[in-house]
Design a protein around this ligand. Sequence first.
Ligand code: ARG
Length: 455
Amino acid sequence: MWGGRFAAGPDAIMEAINASIGFDKRMAAQDIMGSHAHAKMLAKQGIITDADADTICEGLSTILSEIESGTFEFSTALEDIHMNVESRLKDLIGEPAGRLHTARSRNDQVATDFKLWTREQYDAAIAGISALMKVLVDQADVGADMVMPGFTHLQVAQPVTWGHHMLAYVEMLARDRSRFQDARTRMNESPLGAAALAGTSFPIDRDMTAEALGFDRPAANSLDAVSDRDFALEFLSSASFCATHLSRLAEELVIWSSAQFRFVTLSDRFSTGSSIMPQKKNPDAAELIRAKVGRINGSLVALLTVMKGLPLTYSKDMQEDKEQVFDAADSLMLALAAMTGMVADMTPNTAQLETAAASGFSTATDLADWLVRALGMPFRDAHHVTGALVAMAEGRGVDLHELSLTDMQTECAQITDEVYGVLTVQKSVASRVSYGGTAPSNVRAQVARWKDALS
Ligand code: ARG
């Protein structure tokens, strides 16, 4: 490709470190799409003839079908996908192939190809997150009234509803989705036509290629266009956020499906067995989702580190961008799909959730709130009285509602038997009607809002 300047070919090690074809062949379709747009634009601008453009486009289509059918022979000596395609084009159509690279460089070409590839992954992530949100909303719908313990420090805190807990993840995922959406809007500018770095003296039409490739506009600065990888970094950072959220849900499913908790039963379809212990049913999918965040965060840090301190414009360092994004995208899409399947299939164990919800004196705050509301006691005093009653109940091995009124009155003489009305978990959750609270009525309203938004 640059034989004019070179007397000797590269050392085998040089070829090995330099070649990217092993992975960037994943961008073949995008490379060919970009070349189609470029060739048509060159012809429309009179830079090449219509006949040459037609021949080039036909050749490119043949190459795409060769790649799709697996008959294309990729060559490491040809370094990357761009030169592999161009070289094959020369075999197929001869001289006109050499005109395709007019007013273009591999620098704007690779930026364009990689942007097109990554943009598809933005769309896939947005769709994947939406699908997961839907099954979580369905779980919330079924379990709007279902009580379960709410935790802080993984200690039972207050009763909440299953639906409310599911919707907490819907909120997180909605933010994840909007991060991908925002970044996609920002990244949708075409680098094509920036050429090597400085633009070109040929009368190209960058609006035409931008439009043909679905970009909103051409990138305004050629130096930035060839050296920008923010679109990849923002994809990775959005993926990291999302994977972090998935890992939290995965961890809860691992805990909840354990014999000690038994909050949920995972389906056979999303569980595995043990080769030695016949009784085992393991939450492997949840564990692997929990782990995927490791490699996704790793990809983000890797690419941030590659880009840090790089002078303008293109440096070969940037060839290290693709594998990180490929791997993170594959991991994220798989994690989203697995989580969607697991959540859709899982069964909350109502009885176990209810028993657990009532454990750990979970309605102690309701008792303190009652003392404030019914007796006008300052909250700090109510907290103290309730604490003493919890200690009394704990000492006797009973629950709060199992203390007699006389016992309660030893801590506060004004307590009446009205207090028993707030000590059940159902009453507790039903009373949490403040906006954003766990009451079943709130959950149903939020389920309706999300069903509408996701339809
Ligand atoms: N394979 C290269 C990459 O992925 C393509 C761009 C090469 N550009 C260059 N000036 N050598 O970054």
